[in-house]
Design a protein around this ligand. Structure first.
Ligand SMILES: C[S@@+](CC[C@H](N)C(=O)[O-])C[C@H]1O[C@@H](n2cnc3c(N)ncnc32)[C@H](O)[C@@H]1O
Length: 267
């Protein structure tokens, strides 16, 4: 991810939104509690945070994100007074910086964010630590994506070598399977029942070049280090790279693919 334009992320996060809603649909009506207190990890620009806050039963929702610019956008555009709180925080350090989060939440939700943090075991330990007894974690975790294929092919962007050669994507997809994830969850202390870990394979047709560009913009990490006057040229070349490496439908429409694990775990 880059910090260039969260307004653009908010407009173009159609894939993330659909995946986020699918994740949310794992929570059945009976799973919502009166006075739910929710933590949204990696809330980004806060659209789904706000949707959860709109539920009558939700007492408070705290959205945290490592990006101060994302949080600024969320505060401005997706706040509900008295219900949402947006904080800049690195979840990997949550025990040190927000000790009051221990046993504080009835739900922890996280969409498309946990694979931006290394050490899945530690992350799920921390989620467990944040939850109240009987609290529920509803999260997804990337396993593979067209994004990784693009990063792998960055060396083809010869004009941009200086910017892409030392680029560390900072993405840590989960390389195990459902059983491996389950082993981690039980090791953290999550209950064995109900246990919901689903593999989810998603693909989206990115119809137009503008759509591809909008989707790529927040995800092309090196963008931040490229002079503003050249950023559009870089994005155009990233679009060409996408068209070069992406899978296609039989009628030659270009696909963005995600393989994810969706989890719903009870403390
Ligand atoms: C793909 S975005 C998803 C945003 C949002 N959940 C959504 O559905 O649109 C991933 C988010 O995770 C955040 N993130 C990455 N590492 C983080 C960390 N260590 N702590 C908190 N947030 C983090 C990024 O800043 C980014 O906003």
């Amino acid at each position: 991810m880059n910090d260039c334009s969260w307004a653009s992320y908010s407009t173009n996060r159609l894939v993330q939104h659909e995946i986020g809603l699918e994740l949310l649909s794992m929570v059945q009506e009976s799973d919502w509690k009166e006075d739910d207190v929710i933590l949204d990890i990696g809330c980004g620009t806060g659209e789904i945070t706000r949707m959860m806050a709109e539920r009558d039963n939700v007492k408070e929702i705290i959205g945290i994100d490592i990006s101060s610019k994302a949080i600024e956008f969320a505060r401005l555009n997706n706040s509900i007074e008295g219900k949402t709180r947006y904080l800049v925080a690195d979840f990997r350090k949550i025990k040190d910086i927000h000790s009051e989060f221990q046993n504080a939440f009835t739900k922890v939700y996280s969409n498309m964010s946990l694979h931006w943090m290394e050490n899945t075991e530690k992350i799920f330990q921390y989620i467990f630590w944040c939850l109240k007894e009987d609290g529920v974690a509803v999260c997804n975790l990337g396993q593979s994506s067209t994004l990784l294929t693009i990063y792998d092919n960055y060396p083809k962007l010869k004009r941009w070598t200086k910017y892409v050669q030392d680029f560390d994507p900072g993405i840590h997809v989960f390389s195990g399977n459902q059983q491996d994830m389950w082993d981690i969850a039980t090791w953290c202390g999550f209950k064995t029942s109900p246990r919901v870990i689903k593999s989810s394979s998603k693909q989206y047709i990115l119809e137009t070049r503008e759509r591809v560009k909008g989707h790529l913009k927040p995800l092309m990490g090196p963008l931040e280090s490229i002079p503003t006057s050249l950023q559009d040229d870089f994005l155009e070349d990233c679009c060409d790279l996408f068209y070069d490496v992406a899978s296609k439908t039989e009628d030659r429409r270009y696909l963005w693919r995600h393989l994810l694990l969706r989890l719903m775990l009870k403390k």
